[in-house]
Design a protein around this ligand. Sequence first.
Ligand code: NAD
Ligand code: AKB
Length: 312
Amino acid sequence: MKKDKILVIGACGQIGVELTLALRKMYGDTNVVASDLREEHDLLKGTGPYVSLDVMNKEMLHVLVIRHNITQVYLLAAILSATGEKNPLLAWHINMQSLLNVLDIAKEENLDKVYWPSSIAVFGPNSPAQDTPQHTIIEPTTIYGISKFAGERWCEYYNHRFGVDVRSLRYPGLISYKSAPGGGTTDYAIEIFHEAKEHQQYTSFLSENTYLPMMYMPDAIRATIELMEADAAKINVRSAYNLSAMSFSPKEIGEEIKKHIPGFTMAYAPDYRQEIADGWPNSIDDTQARQDWGWKPEYDLARMTEDMLKNI
Ligand code: NAD
Ligand code: AKB
């Protein structure tokens, strides 16, 4: 039997650090190779193999996959929504070429599985904003959303055409404290905790009633692993699954924080990220993920807030 050997690309990012540590617990430290453009993250140091890698260099990636006998790849390297709007062509190039490099090597080397995350950013202003369904109008208006939508189509294509077992989730905004976020529109919901603790005040770059789908990192890590561990016969969606946990506005999360820090105050100064958020859903219908592989979130706004304030 072939032994699982995993490569995480983008392992030093917000998701990568926690996902790498979770995978090392499951598969054994030496069986999970972490890689990134950046220097190794402090939390990863001493926990397993680390390789410096630019995923855009397909030859180097291919050599790495062969040399380490990799059987599964988790591709997390990407340019997120807010950063993407500052340099759209670069965001498109990196988000698409990284995925095509990985999918093609997965096909050539007959890898067991590939994971690549999509986002709620695939939806646009013409999608239903409330409980956005799995299958609906998808007309993204950010370059990040366009690249995620195109990526979903490539994943489905490589699965149907070449049999690559690629799986994907449309993550909502992810909230965490272990590794900093990397240039997203939902990052306000992380900044707010740091500012609340340090200065008891936060000025939100989104307006007070902007509702967005959100999820606490432990739920996101568990969803990713449950999807990847599920029997292939249960995976009916080969583009990307809707995934949901909670939905709140800056005002609502501020009120939740106030229950723990009574002197906390909020102000609002919407910037260019407001337009991005306005095109995204308020909440997501993830019925299909629940039905196909048993997804169920554990953290709501109250539980997530309590845990964030305890840990940052
Ligand atoms: P992040 O920006 O925190 O981390 C991405 C990592 O990729 C960084 O450490 C970066 O150094 C690395 N990277 C960038 N270019 C690279 C390259 N050429 N070669 C190798 N590494 C490179 O992002 P994240 O929040 O951890 O997101 C990971 C994935 O999840 C992305 O695809 C993102 O679109 C998706 N996602 C994230 C969220 C969220 O809220 N964090 C929500 C939806 C989807
Ligand atoms: C972003 O805001 O860009 C990400 C996402 C929802 O994809 N957090």
